[in-house]
Ligand binder design. Sequence first.
Ligand code: FAD
Ligand code: SF4
Length: 472
Amino acid sequence: MPGRVAMPKQPPGERRKNFREVALGLTPELAVAEARRCLQCKNPPCVTGCPVQVPIKEFIGLIGQGDPAAALKRIREKNLLPAICGRVCPQEVQCEAKCVWAKKGEPIAIGALERFAADHGAADAAQPGRAVASEASPAPAASTARPSRARVAVVGSGPAGLTAAAELARHGYRVTVFESLHAAGGVLRYGIPEFRLPKSVLDAELDGLRRLGVEIECDVVVGQTVTLEDLWAEGFRAVFVGTGAGLPHFLGVAGENLNGVYSANEFLTRANLMRAYEFPETDTPIRTGRRVAVVGGGNVAMDSARTALRLGAEQVMIVYRRSREELPARREEVENAEEEGIEFRFLQAPTRILGDERGQVVGLEVQRMELGEPDASGRRRPVPVPGAEEVIPVDTVISAIGQGPNPLFIRYTPGLATTAGGQIAVDENGETSLRGVFAGGDIVTGAATVILAMGAGKEAAHQIHRRLEGQL
Ligand code: FAD
Ligand code: SF4
């Protein structure tokens, strides 16, 4: 049995200096070879690992037959954003973890094949534009069959909101997406960098949505620019809230207000949304120092570190209080970061940020840790080693230790119940304490994944439809 094909990538020495996509995508030859490794299991376990139940075996079979357009069509029955999911889903803990070949350490490269179908399927079908735009256009039977054309508002244009909007539009609803930033996409736009998810891929997905008749209004903060009451008065009959987990957690150590300290949220927003990576073509630069410490071990930390490197930092290190085994970031992205020269300082927790007389960061004091008993998350708890402190000379500190729920909509919407963690509370149908207002994605679950947010958006659309049809 041939082994799993390797994803072609830009060489590390080259890619660390540019923002072009790192993973280049499978060639048709590689894709067919990989697809033909699939055993076409009678009861495929891979699909049980996919939160939206993409028909994996079937679409891989179609790629194996040299028909990516048909494969893309099958994927789209369940997943509206395959070009994005193929690139950023943590397949190694989802579908690929369940593949029978995983036991031998060589699961079928399901994510790479999904991306291949999305990137090549539309072109093969000789459709104008890119994958999503062309494939999303043919509305399913539901759109013509539904008499109801009620207006539905979607608050937030991340994967939860976009998926809810697409599903509702396919059912014939008139959907308007309100986004507080000046461009749509949520974390897909402002968080995940160009070298992992090119903006052109997202733009194609948004074009597809517009072709379904969805209107997207940016620069509108629902709760402030318009309130929920205004939406009802304008004739919206239901609302989906997918406002995400965009509120950064802070380190809570002395020196956090010094110049040169960023939250990852701010750093990545300025780099991605404000396109600092294209300076001087854009007029919004960001100051990245020479020696950068990124605190945290998740995808956000990896993205921040690799962005800082590409913006010109000479030395970039990840400071993480647990060990390599506990790193929550995608394994592939950790490997990519290492190949690019990002240093990892494990079992170190920040205790203080030091500054000079001008208020500029000059160092990060860290405390050495060791792992104790497992905590509530099941991971071994980091415990300080007394007397083992050290100062790392750095001029920039980026804090990437997690995000909480975006508070804006919640704060300005009276009567909206929240959980103890500040997320929007929903019932088993995804409906909030306010009738007709549904919510899903990170604003309900806390910071999670793209595909889970999409799954929530899809389910909420289904429940909104039931509510508007009087079935709920
Ligand atoms: P978001 O994507 O956060 O979108 C919410 C949107 O709502 C935002 O655009 C926000 O501006 C808007 N909004 C908020 N309040 C209002 C308001 N009052 N009015 C109007 N608009 C409003 N997941 C993966 O699966 N794989 C990855 O590789 C991965 N990498 C990540 C890297 C980074 C840097 C980050 C931050 C997250 C990453 N994630 C990854 C997580 C994933 O992106 C999120 O789980 C997902 O985007 C959540 O989707 P969402 O639609 O719930 O919210
Ligand atoms: Fe193919 Fe693996 Fe799924 Fe079986 S489990 S159908 S081999 S991808």
